[in-house]
Ligand binder design. Structure first.
Ligand SMILES: [Zn+2]
Length: 340
């Protein structure tokens, strides 16, 4: 079975019912990726929200409007966050404060949020800049973007949630009398949790399974020798064992069916890129900055370049950890090559 696109993209701020008691809300994002989908689950006495949007005036305005309409008749009482990226967690603290809700998420995603909001050493833009320089990034515009990215998180998440309720892989959460299973995912963020309801045949996949774009998998300065692509591919293999009957509610794009085909596409996509990269590394040692040209054959701005570099390092580390390439340092820059 292929991928079946079930809806057209809705307008931001509008609610679309996607299953009994499940509504889809699209919120704006000021990037090339211009939206995030969040999900409102209606319970007997209240609403539960999965993911919140970034903390931006245009997003807060949509939540203000819903406070006066939807939540005036049935309050918002619980928030669940799939992972700690700003478009998912940004509005959590204000919504908790305004509506008196609880927040449920995984432990490492919660702690990551606090570390980012607290500007801890190692979580800052300077560390990111140094890391990227060690992979040959000399594009000044990109480096500037990286330094700014240290502040990007706290710009979109100016206020961290001050408490949370832990959820872990395998936990069962009761929402409107139905069981939603927590399903872990790695490689994109520290401890991403997708939610699966077998009764409704639904999966809120967060960023772990998207219909058209491939999830960002990057190495960062905090964990410079990480192998997130291996973690991600393992997680995709695990999702490929889920029922193909599930309708996937993704954070970006539109709901779709075809879990198995989408997982197979992602595995093929990365396998293809690894093969291409490995072939290129036979000729001469290459830095991650040079590998970006092999993996992404298009012109990129500084912001895209910084993401592309993290992805390139992830692919190189996968090959390196498999023993398919060796790593040496030249003038402070890591170079990768197939063993001679
Ligand atoms: Zn994300």
């Amino acid at each position: 079975m292929g991928i079946e696109r079930l809806y057209e993209a809705p307008a931001v701020g509008s609610l679309t019912p996607v299953a009994p008691g499940v509504q889809w809300l699209r919120l704006p994002l000021p990037f090339q990726l211009d939206h995030i989908n969040v999900w409102l689950l209606e319970e007997e006495a209240h609403y539960t929200l999965v993911d919140c949007g970034a903390n931006l005036p245009e997003v807060a305005a949509i939540w203000d409007q819903l406070a006066k309409t939807l939540f005036a008749t049935k309050p918002l009482k619980r928030i669940i966050v799939t992972h700690a990226h700003p478009d998912h967690i940004g509005m959590a603290a204000p919504l908790m404060r305004i509506h008196g809700t609880s927040l449920q998420m995984s432990m490492s995603e919660y702690l990551f949020t606090r570390a980012m909001c607290g500007h801890l050493d190692g979580f800052d833009g300077v560390t990111a800049g140094r890391f990227m320089a060690s992979h040959g990034l000399v594009d000044e515009a990109a480096e500037e973007t990286l330094r700014a990215r240290g502040k990007l998180f706290s710009n979109l998440v100016p206020e961290p949630p001050l408490s949370f309720l832990r959820m872990q892989h395998g936990d069962e959460i009761l929402i409107a009398g139905r069981i939603w299973r927590c399903h872990e995912g790695y490689g994109h963020s520290t401890e991403h949790i997708s939610l699966i309801c077998d009764e409704l045949k639904l999966m809120i996949s967060g960023d772990m399974l998207l219909p058209t774009i491939s999830t960002n998998v990057s190495v960062y300065g905090l964990e410079p020798e990480a192998n997130p692509l291996q973690l991600f591919l393992k997680s995709v293999e695990s999702m490929a064992t889920l029922s193909d009957e599930l309708t996937v509610l993704p954070s970006h794009g539109v709901p779709f069916k075809g879990v198995h085909e989408r997982c197979a596409q992602l595995l093929r996509h990365h396998e293809h890129r690894l093969k291409e990269l490995l072939a290129a590394l036979k000729d001469a040692p290459m830095s991650a900055a040079q590998a970006v040209g092999v993996l992404f054959r298009r012109k990129m701005d500084g912001h895209q370049m910084s993401f592309a570099l993290g992805e390139a390092v992830a692919h190189l580390h996968y090959l390196w950890r498999k023993g398919l390439v060796v790593r040496t340092q030249e003038n402070g820059v890591w170079k990768f090559q197939t063993p001679l």
